[in-house]
Design a protein around this ligand. Structure first.
Ligand SMILES: [Zn+2]
Ligand SMILES: [Zn+2]
Length: 366
């Protein structure tokens, strides 16, 4: 897990103002415009952005702190590399007044991409039977949904007024006097984020965020043949966000395979124990397949320990459904540790039967 506090070089109890101050310093040091072609600096900047994004959002920070203490991995759902610059610009807009860079930097804010809701990452556990037959799993989770009260606008009764900062244009002009003249640049209005209007009063249900948390249950159909760690993505079903597209739901599949079962691609492997005389004499045995069905298997006389039999088409189906793997059954021959008097008698007879050969072949029996 990344240590965001270490990345920004701030103490764990740093205030938002302290973090912002430190961030500005780091930006001046690592900004890509000042480190052209320097991959290390770009990487560092991305990390700094990520840390800043999480630590200045009270909710994300609280979650991060909790996971940090609990030693659980922090999902990077708050940060996707593709959003780096958009995010960077929005930060930048907050304090461009004391920013030392020229207009090339300002211009980047001219293209504003829509926000996107975060992804929801879930995990589902499957048995081998689930994998072979396919299954439906119920998933329960919380997600941000557009507030019904304000239709996701964040404004009470949907009533908005013209933004005072940009007078409804959605953009603000910045003038910079330099020895070479006055530079005028346009950026998206930081107050209304380009909408040109702001709520008259914030929505009392969502407090202006435009979204509310709801618990949902989803029945997820999982086709046969899925692999461990496969991810099923449900596009646009993740967290909603005001004025933007919803994120996705990503479901990671974890398959539990109890020993002695093993899976290798589409083939399955298991073991069956049989008594020694059954292996020697041959005969039918029952094998329970991955789906719990009992199949008959005929052991040939003289079956050896660890001999493998194959039950064709009892493995995992291919995702295409065109073919199915096999079930490989290894025969484990059980030898008795105690003999009944009768059993001993028979075995002594057998030994006598082989006395001649044994003396010749092994020289160790009398
Ligand atoms: Zn505005
Ligand atoms: Zn609302």
């Amino acid at each position: 897990m990344k240590d965001y506090y270490e990345i920004l070089g701030v103490p764990e109890d740093a205030s938002v103002d302290e973090i912002k101050k430190k961030y500005r310093e780091l930006v001046k040091q690592y900004h890509p415009d000042l480190n052209k072609g320097d991959e290390e600096a770009a990487k560092r900047m991305a990390e700094i952005n990520e840390a800043y994004q999480v630590l200045t959002d009270p909710k994300k920070r609280a979650e991060y702190d909790a996971m940090r203490k609990g030693g659980v991995g922090f999902s990077s759902e708050y940060y996707r590399p593709g959003q780096g610059f958009d995010f960077f610009d929005s930060i930048f807009r907050d304090f461009f007044t004391d920013f030392p860079f020229g207009s090339s930097f300002f211009n980047r804010t001219a293209t504003k991409t829509k926000p996107r809701g975060t992804d929801i990452n879930l995990e589902v556990t499957l048995s081998l039977k689930d994998v072979v037959t396919g299954c439906t799993k119920s998933l329960r989770f919380f997600r941000d949904e557009l507030c019904e009260e304000c239709h996701g606008t964040g404004a009470k009764d949907g009533k908005t007024k013209t933004c005072e900062r940009c007078h409804g244009t959605g953009v603000v002009e910045n003038r910079q006097s330099t020895p070479f003249g006055v530079f005028i640049t346009q950026t998206t209005c930081p107050t209304c984020h380009g909408a040109g209007s702001v709520p008259e009063q914030v929505c009392p249900v969502c407090h202006g965020t435009g979204v509310v948390k709801r618990q949902r249950t989803l029945d997820l159909q999982i086709p046969p043949g899925i692999e461990n760690n496969d991810v099923i993505t449900l596009k646009g079903q993740g967290n909603a966000v005001k004025d933007g597209a919803s994120g996705d739901i990503n479901v990671t599949v974890k398959i539990i395979i109890p020993p002695p079962w093993r899976r290798k691609g589409k083939d399955l492997y298991t073991e069956v124990h049989v008594p020694y005389y059954h292996a020697i004499l041959g005969g039918k045995i029952k094998v329970t397949t991955a789906t719990g069905e009992e199949k008959e298997l005929l052991l040939e006389p003289g079956t050896q320990p660890d001999q493998e039999y194959i039950l064709a088409n009892e493995g995992v189906p291919d995702k295409s459904g065109r073919y199915r793997g096999d079930l490989h059954v290894t025969i484990k021959v059980d030898l008795p540790s105690k003999l009944s008097p009768q059993e001993r008698k028979f075995l002594e007879e057998i030994r006598k039967l082989h006395e001649g050969d044994n003396k010749k072949r092994f020289g160790l029996f009398n």
